[in-house]
Structure formats: structure tokens, C-alpha cells
Write a protein that binds this ligand. Structure first.
Ligand SMILES: Nc1ncnc2c1ncn2[C@@H]1O[C@H](COP(=O)(O)OP(=O)(O)O)[C@@H](O)[C@H]1O
Ligand SMILES: [Mg+2]
Length: 257
């Protein structure tokens, strides 16, 4: 499966006017990794993710995604913090949207939409409208929509921050399973230490002003991880280790100001 990094960011910088949102950010991500970008608000996590997605031009540096896919095939799926569903369209039509935009007909698209809905546990809800769904279910629709084009890379920007703790844990379990089943490479943004420790193969700690990478911390616990891991001493120890690194980062940040 692996043959060198799938995403390479080389000294990537982004300025908004005079504000350096991300500075000299370098990171190589191997295929199948589950990377979290962890850091305080304003440290450039969303900016970094949008640049990987090609949604924001870089001010300097390069991002290489290899090998690039040709044609209308989507290589990247993006899940935002808000589910961003079309309120007037059914769950089915919301998930079908990226296929429709890629020129796939309804007949060809239908089995793929049904399959994506099944994978997020929403087979029974294809004809529902977003207003009829809970926050967690809306997020599941958003994940199905990101996966329906079968991307190799899934980018997620604080997708579960607005959800209650139980829903969030459940979705963490499901995203981990999906990423293993599909051999996805995931870049996941969060400011939750626990979420990062539970999900990731590697945590990238970032600091603000300017947004930059301050620590690159691999996590060894084998996948897939479940409730046993969440309750384990290893989990607590890793959470403490990452938490302390993050605090160190914030401390440096305060001195800088
Ligand atoms: N479109 C924009 N215009 C101007 N400044 C922006 C814009 N987007 C982000 N920023 C600034 O860039 C920095 C990083 O923002 P962001 O990537 O959203 O951080 P995070 O996602 O880690 O909270 C912040 O200082 C933010 O105010
Ligand atoms: Mg953000």
C-alpha cells in the first residue's frame, strides 16, 4: 500500500494581508496515516487544511499530493465543522451532490449513495430532510457525502466539536473504523487532546502567532482502538504527554506576546 508520502507540505506559509496565519509549515504524511492537527484557536489549523484541499492559495512553499488523480474523480473528501447540508434536499440528494457535480447520473450514483449511507449507519434515513435529523446524524450525512466519491484522503475540520460527548465518542469510533476499512489517509483538526489521542497515529501540535508546527508526536497503540483503550493507563499517559507538550506550546506563546 505504501510507496512514499501521499501528502508533502514543504515550508508552506500563508499570510492574510500582513497576518502570518501559517509559517514555514513542513509535514510529510504517509498513506494510511491518521494525522491530527492539534492546537489552540487561531493557530492556523483550518488554514492548513484548506490549503491541502486546494481551497486556499499558498503564499509560499509547496503542497504535493501524489499521485494526482485524473479527470473528475475526487481524491479528497472534506468534512467541515458545520454539516453544511442543503436544507431543501433529502439526505439522499445531499449525499448524491458530489457525484452529480462530477457528472454521474442518478442511476449509476444510486448504489454508491446507498452504500455511503449504509457505512455511516443511515440506510433508513435516505428520504429524510436535514431538519428531521439530530446533530450527530447530520454529521454522518456530511461524512457520507465526503466518502461517496471514494477519496483516498479525508480532511476533517473539528467535525465533532459541537456534539455532546457520547455522540462524539461514537462518531470517533465510526470514523476510525471507516478509515481502516477504506485505507484512508485522514487529516483531522481538533483542539481536544483526548480526541487526538484516541484517533491518531500521529499528533501534530501547533502554536499561534504565527501559526506553526511545534511538535510531531507518533502514537504507538495499535488500531483499531476501542473502549478498552479509552479506559487504559496507556491512553491516560499519552493524553498527559500530549497535554504537557501543548501547554509548553501555549506557555512559549505567552512569553512571545
Ligand atoms: N480569511 C481570512 N482573512 C483574514 N485572516 C484570516 C482568515 N482566515 C484565517 N485568518 C487568520 O489566520 C489565523 C489562523 O486562522 P485559522 O486557520 O482559522 O485557525 P484555527 O483553525 O487554528 O483556529 C488567525 O489569526 C485568523 O484570524
Ligand atoms: Mg479552525
Amino acid at each position: 500500500m505504501s510507496g512514499g508520502p501521499i501528502i508533502v507540505m514543504d515550508r508552506v506559509s500563508k499570510k492574510f494581508g500582513d497576518v502570518p496565519a501559517v509559517e514555514e509549515f513542513s509535514l510529510a504524511i504517509e498513506e494510511g496515516e491518521f494525522i491530527t492537527l492539534l492546537g489552540p484557536s487561531g493557530c492556523g489549523k483550518s488554514t492548513a487544511l484548506k490549503m491541502i484541499a486546494g481551497l486556499l492559495p499558498l503564499s509560499a512553499g509547496t503542497i504535493t499530493i501524489s499521485p494526482p488523480k485524473s479527470g473528475a474523480e475526487q481524491d479528497l473528501g472534506f468534512v467541515f465543522q458545520e454539516p453544511t447540508l442543503m436544507p431543501w434536499a433529502s439526505v439522499f440528494d445531499n449525499v448524491f451532490l458530489p457525484l452529480r457535480l462530477a457528472g454521474v447520473g442518478r442511476g449509476d450514483g444510486e448504489p454508491r449513495v446507498r452504500n455511503a449511507l449504509k457505512e455511516v449507519g443511515l440506510s433508513q434515513f435516505a428520504d429524510y430532510y436535514p431538519r428531521e435529523l439530530s446533530g450527530g446524524m447530520k454529521m454522518r450525512v456530511s461524512i457520507a457525502r465526503a466518502l461517496v466519491t471514494r477519496p483516498r484522503i479525508l480532511l476533517m475540520d473539528e467535525p465533532f466539536a459541537a456534539l455532546d460527548e457520547m455522540t462524539r465518542s461514537k462518531l470517533n469510533n465510526d470514523v476510525m473504523k471507516l478509515s481502516v476499512d477504506h485505507g484512508l489517509t485522514v487529516v483531522f483538526v481538533t483542539h481536544s487532546v483526548f480526541e487526538s489521542v484516541f484517533l491518531s497515529s500521529r499528533v501534530i501540535v501547533m502554536a499561534a502567532r504565527p501559526g506553526r508546527l511545534t511538535a510531531d508526536m507518533p502514537l504507538q497503540a495499535p488500531w483499531p482502538r476501542g473502549e478498552d483503550y479509552r479506559m487504559s493507563q496507556e491512553f491516560s499517559a499519552e493524553a498527559r504527554r500530549i497535554s504537557e507538550t501543548l501547554k509548553g506550546t501555549l506557555h512559549v506563546d505567552n512569553i512571545d506576546r
